[in-house]
Design a protein around this ligand. Structure first.
Ligand code: NAP
Length: 297
């Protein structure tokens, strides 16, 4: 069997098109564009690239982008004051504080300040709680993107065995909750899991959310499994390369001849994350403007 390669870029392009339509309708209804504020503290180069891409994508979707770049030594009270200002600003529908924050800042305390109704990264305790309780929540973008891909491909996920490898707050934990809400039988694996190959071999759906290149070998996967590889790992440069290649957590070349479908890295899960962030922003904008949920997102 040769696996179908799930095209995250094509999925994101379709989603962006729908978001563009909803954003235009929002502007017609309210007389203003939906707005996303991104706060970046410090000079981490990867975060800077990511924030720039978010800004461009936001504008391309017909929304307003507000960017705040603060120095790494920004005091806690200054950052909290900015978050509170954005909470109170009617032009801002979504707030994303780029993580991780520099070590001198109390990340949890900053996150707790974000208005849950503008928390487009789904990271506040309120949204995490709403997700667990099965209430309407804004949900972290990467796991929501994985769930959207799976539903688009398979329709009903009921009864499927799903294994999520990784249990971070932004990825593994919300991923498991979303799959549980889709009636999967969910196992969460992590660094203390005994016999990961054995756990993975029974999975119909595997989501890798680890950050270790090629951790998951092809023969650990059930033939016919659907594999979403969320890992983004940069290898050391080979001779003649300026930068190392970006690879996932799954040994793609081994898995591809064996499983039913798999996301490549790059071009798979990672390609959907910004589109889902825009989706969350437009959902927050509609809800906060009293327009209900935009249909079809
Ligand atoms: P993280 O906070 O470092 O969490 C990693 C998780 O992997 C932890 O729960 C850890 O277990 C587990 N783990 C580590 N080594 C393991 C092993 N050998 N076997 C099994 N589990 C192991 O990372 P994250 O923020 O969730 O990100 C995970 C990966 O996804 C990274 O490559 C990141 O770049 C990528 N990511 C991608 C996107 C995207 O847009 N595609 C978005 C976010 C993250 P313990 O809890 O026991 O330590």
């Amino acid at each position: 069997m040769t696996a179908v390669q799930i095209d995250g870029k094509a999925f994101a392009a379709k989603l962006r098109e729908k978001i563009g339509e909803k954003a235009a309708a929002f502007t017609d209804k309210t007389g203003r564009k939906a707005g996303l504020a991104v706060v970046l503290v410090g000079e981490d180069p990867a975060s800077q690239v990511y924030v720039r891409s978010k800004g461009k994508a936001t504008v391309a979707a017909g929304m307003e982008s507000f960017e705040y770049r603060l120095p790494a030594d920004t005091p806690q009270d200054e950052l909290v004051a900015l978050v509170r200002k954005l909470n109170a600003d009617d032009a801002v529908d979504g707030i994303l504080v780029q993580l991780p924050l520099p070590k001198n800042l109390d990340e949890k305390a900053v996150i707790a300040e974000i208005d849950p109704d503008k928390d487009v990264d789904g990271i506040t305790p309120t949204n995490a709680g709403r997700l667990v309780l099965g209430m309407d929540a804004l949900v972290s973008c990467t796991p929501l993107g994985c769930t959207m891909i799976l539903k688009d491909m398979l329709g009903d996920l009921s009864g499927m065995d799903a294994v999520v490898v990784g249990r971070s707050i932004l990825f593994g934990k919300p991923m498991a909750q979303l799959l549980l809400a889709e009636n999967c039988t969910v196992t969460m694996a992590h660094s203390r899991t005994r016999n990961l190959p054995e756990v993975l071999r029974r999975a119909d759906i595997v989501v890798a959310a680890v950050g270790v290149p090629f951790l998951i070998k092809g023969d650990w996967l059930k033939s016919g499994a659907i594999v979403l590889d969320g890992g983004i790992n940069r290898l050391d440069p080979e001779p003649g390369e300026e930068k190392g290649r970006i690879v996932g957590d799954v040994a793609f070349d081994e898995a591809v001849g064996h499983v039913r479908a798999i996301t490549p890295v790059p071009g798979g899960v990672g390609a959907t994350t910004i589109a889902v962030l825009l989706r969350n922003t437009i959902v927050a904008a509609y809800r906060n403007a009293g327009l209900g949920d935009p249909e079809g997102l």
